[in-house]
Structure formats: structure tokens, C-alpha cells
Write a protein that binds this ligand. Structure first.
Ligand SMILES: *Cc1c(COP(=O)(O)O)cnc(C)c1O
Length: 385
């Protein structure tokens, strides 16, 4: 056996496969985390089954050279599947990057601020962080904000005062912490739209052509932390960035090198690729949207008639992905989170900045998970009247 490491026979492989399946079925909770978040069980099982020996190459994807044919195929397939799912036009580049969504807060102005001016719509903490980061590089103008009501709504963006020489208009499309979503894109008055889609990425169909740049950290709805996907219209990738832009943050460096100027987040990209295939199998983004609407309706309908729990967001702006709610009492909130955890509903505590509860119900959360949560909430309500 030692002189032939590949000699592990079919029975050994079957053994590994079966124990991983068993291990993965045991003790799974309903995970309502905002991110890193729930992934499809099928994807996890496949990854487990391929852990020791990826398709006969005798190693895991974690151990493989990013310059190998095997990995090139993985990243090419991932890109193609994403292009198919989102219907990404040929004049858009797809980049698999590192540094999280937060690093794009800097990369966006570094690549796009030719006039050193941009318009930001501030609808929550992530938008605010992007806005503050942009101020390091130029003039970031807050053209709208919902800070006056703790970001519980999306401001009317149909006729904003957008500076004539703004290089772009920036939004955070789904506000992960506050649970709001842009259901109508802002009127950018002809300026390039840049959107952080981290927490709504692949949750529904999008018309990519309405955007100049879409980006998102994948740990919300697509894969493990460590990958950020950027979809950028080719003509927006500049030859020259702001002075001092690091090589790694120039989109041109990344696009000219097929996201492999340096070692990419290989394993994360591999898992994203599996999630793309899973979404395709589930019927694509139309099917995802229907699935997500159904789940969100179960929870929102309950919140709207509950005498104990209450949603915190203006109805018209509600997110399908992140659902914040409160009881009105910090004590009861804490009791609920604790008892929910004991019952197998994890990560329902609201973001540390807002308190209360938040259920993140991304693509991979099954309908059953939301139904059981609502059942549990009903029981809690009856017991705590
Ligand atoms: C989580 C999140 C971020 C931050 O992502 P990192 O990958 O941790 O930098 C930014 N924007 C939105 C909308 C998010 O949900």
C-alpha cells in the first residue's frame, strides 16, 4: 500500500463516502446565521466525498496547484455556470477575488474615481462603511440616507441630486443588518451603478446590464468566506487607477490574469462552483426567487399577525434574505434566542449593533426550516403572553 498511495480500492472509497454521509446527517441544526451561513447539504456532502481524492487525482482540491489543469477546469466551470445563471453579457468580466466585500469598498473608488467624486446612498452599516472608505480617495457625497429612522427603510431614489461629475452611484442592494432591500434601483441619471450584492447574490434574477459593477462576498449566500465575486463591465476596468493603488486591487491586474495573478482562494471557488451547479439543478434564479419568496412570506405573515413579535422594517422594503424582528423587551428577546438555540435554531440573535433577532433565510435554508421556526415562535408566544 505504501508504494502505491492510489491503491485505496472502491471499498475504501465507499467507506469514506458512507461515513461522511452519516456524519453530515447527524446533528445538523437550522442555521439562521447572516454569514458565514448555511450551505446546501448536497454541496457539503459532495465536498466531503471528494475530500481525499478529487476525481481520481489522488488529492483534495485544497492541496492542488492553482496552475494545474484540474483547477483551471474548476474555475472555468464556476465562471461559466455563474454566467449562465445570471445571464452575464460577454462584455462583463467575472473576477474571483479575496479581501472580502470590505476590500472592494476601497477598490471601487481606486478603480472608478477618475473625477474623484462619487454619489453614495447610505442605507445601513455596510453602505456607510463603503461611503467612509471612499472618502479616503476622493469626494464621496451622501445623496440619500435612511439613518434618520435607523435604516428601517429605503429612501426614494427616483430623483436624487447626483453631482454632474460623479464617477458612479453606489448602493448596498440588500442591507444584511437592517433587513431592507432595494426593490427599485435608483435613478442614477446616466451614471454607472455600483452595487454591493453580498447578501442577495443569486437570490433572484438580476438584469446585469443595469449595473456597471456588481460585487459580493460569497459567505452570505454562495459559499465559504474568503471569496468575493466581482462582475465588472469591461470598459470600466481602467488602465490607470488612482495613484498608489496596490497591484492586487487593480481590477485590470485581476482581469488580465483570469483571477490568478496570485494564488486565488481555490477551495472557496470550488465550493462556489458546486453551489452554482446546485442552483442550476434547482431551476436557476427564477426558481430561487420563488423559493425565497415563499419562505419569507411564511415568516413575514406570521410577524404581521403576531401579538408578541414584530418586524422592524417598512413593509415595502423588506428583504427576502434577512428578517429582523423584536418582541419589544430585551429580556424576552434574550430568552427567545436562548430557547430557540436549545430547540436547534441557531444564530437568531440580531446584529450586535441593533439587538433583537434576525433570521437570515438564504437560498440554502429549506422551507421546512422556516416553517419549524414559525411553529416555535407561536409556541413561545403562547407561553410568554
Ligand atoms: C457581510 C457584508 C459585507 C462585509 O463582507 P466581508 O466579506 O466580511 O468584507 C459587506 N456588505 C454586505 C452587504 C454584507 O452583507
Amino acid at each position: 500500500m505504501l508504494y502505491n498511495r492510489k491503491a485505496g480500492g472502491a471499498s475504501t472509497k465507499l467507506f469514506y463516502f458512507l461515513i461522511t454521509l452519516e456524519v453530515f446527517k447527524m446533528g445538523r441544526v437550522y442555521n439562521f446565521s447572516a454569514g458565514p451561513a448555511v450551505l446546501p447539504e448536497e454541496v457539503l456532502q459532495e465536498a466531503a466525498a471528494e475530500m481525499m481524492d478529487y476525481r481520481g487525482c489522488g488529492m483534495s482540491v485544497m492541496e492542488m496547484s492553482h496552475r494545474s489543469k484540474m483547477f483551471q477546469q474548476i474555475i472555468d466551470d464556476a465562471e461559466q455556470d455563474l454566467r449562465d445563471l445570471m445571464n452575464i453579457p460577454d462584455n462583463y468580466k467575472v473576477l474571483f477575488l479575496q479581501g472580502g466585500a470590505s476590500q472592494q469598498f476601497a477598490a471601487v473608488p481606486m478603480n472608478l474615481m477618475k473625477n474623484k467624486k462619487a454619489a453614495y446612498i447610505v442605507t445601513g452599516q455596510w453602505a456607510k462603511k463603503a461611503y467612509q472608505e471612499a472618502q479616503i480617495y476622493g469626494e464621496a457625497v451622501a445623496v440619500a440616507s435612511s439613518a434618520d429612522k435607523t435604516f428601517s427603510y429605503i429612501p426614494d431614489c427616483s430623483d436624487l441630486d447626483i453631482p454632474e461629475d460623479a464617477d458612479y452611484v453606489y448602493i448596498c442592494e440588500n442591507n444584511t443588518i437592517y433587513g431592507t432591500k432595494f426593490w427599485t434601483l435608483p435613478n442614477t441619471k446616466g451614471k454607472t451603478l455600483v452595487a454591493d450584492q453580498s447578501s442577495c447574490f443569486l437570490s433572484e434574477p438580476v438584469d446585469v446590464e443595469k449595473y456597471g459593477v456588481i460585487y459580493g462576498g460569497v459567505q452570505k449566500n454562495v459559499g465559504p468566506a474568503g471569496v468575493v465575486i466581482a462582475i465588472i463591465r469591461e470598459d470600466l476596468i481602467p488602465d490607470e487607477c488612482l495613484e498608489g493603488t496596490p497591484t492586487m486591487l487593480k481590477w485590470k491586474t485581476q482581469s488580465e490574469n483570469g483571477s490568478m495573478y496570485n494564488t486565488p482562494p481555490c477551495y472557496g471557488i470550488y465550493i462556489c462552483g458546486k453551489v452554482f451547479k446546485w442552483i442550476k439543478k434547482m431551476g436557476g434564479l427564477e426558481a430561487m426567487k420563488a423559493h425565497n419568496e415563499k419562505k419569507a412570506a411564511i415568516l413575514y405573515d406570521f410577524l404581521d399577525q403576531s401579538e408578541l413579535f414584530k418586524g422592524t422594517v417598512e413593509k415595502k422594503d423588506r428583504s427576502l434574505m434577512n428578517v429582523p424582528f423584536v418582541t419589544g423587551s430585551d429580556e424576552l428577546d434574550a430568552k427567545f434566542v436562548k430557547e430557540a438555540k436549545e430547540a436547534g435554531f441557531e444564530n437568531l440573535k440580531g446584529h450586535r449593533s441593533v439587538g433583537g433577532m434576525r433570521a437570515s433565510i438564504y437560498n440554502a435554508m429549506p422551507i421546512e426550516g422556516v416553517e419549524k421556526l414559525v411553529e416555535f415562535m407561536k409556541k413561545f408566544e403562547a407561553e410568554n403572553k
